[in-house]
Design a protein around this ligand. Sequence first.
Ligand code: URA
Length: 213
Amino acid sequence: MRVTVVDHPLIAHKLTLLRDERTPSPVFRQLVDELVTLLAYEATRDMVVEPVQITTPIGTTTGVRLVRPLPLVVPILRAGLGMLEGMTRLLPTAEVGFLGMQRDEETLKTITYAHRLPEDVSGRECFLLDPMLATGGTLITAINYLLSLGARDVTVICLLSSPEGMHILGEAIGDRANVKVVTAAVDERLNDKGYIVPGLGDAGDRLYGVASG
Ligand code: URA
């Protein structure tokens, strides 16, 4: 598993605002959107392109285009939904699938409550969107699911990560697939409730408010 911590002053600035407990939901959503676009720029660096001949108003030249099949972007509901727009702004032709996952706050185990993905994703570059790589449980389940559908190249975009989650994810995936994690920061640690410290709190609640049920 490869990890890229994107070191950029704009990302650090926006992340600081995002962490601040005084930042209200509308501003939080806007910041997530902007951060994802910046991270997506790095996350798409290895995308495969092929040459294409084009004619400009002045002459002809060879450019490039993304190879088919087109990439698949998969936000993990609920909080990953807040990252979708920022990603598809950069990859407007990507197909979008959905995974609904939730962690049991007692056991910290992952529950998958919804999925909407193509039956076969072999040959696709898959981008998983989840703002927090905390215990790693959700992402391990999500990556294993994509691998079971034939994926071999999975890029995870997350805003914040924990060292513990990063380690567990790396161990769980091993060399079964080409997995890359692109994140804005790796924080200090997890607390005993599985939250990232200092982190930013509950990303879903900060994006969408506290909705239970
Ligand atoms: N999920 C969150 O939203 N925040 C954390 O700190 C950990 C998991």
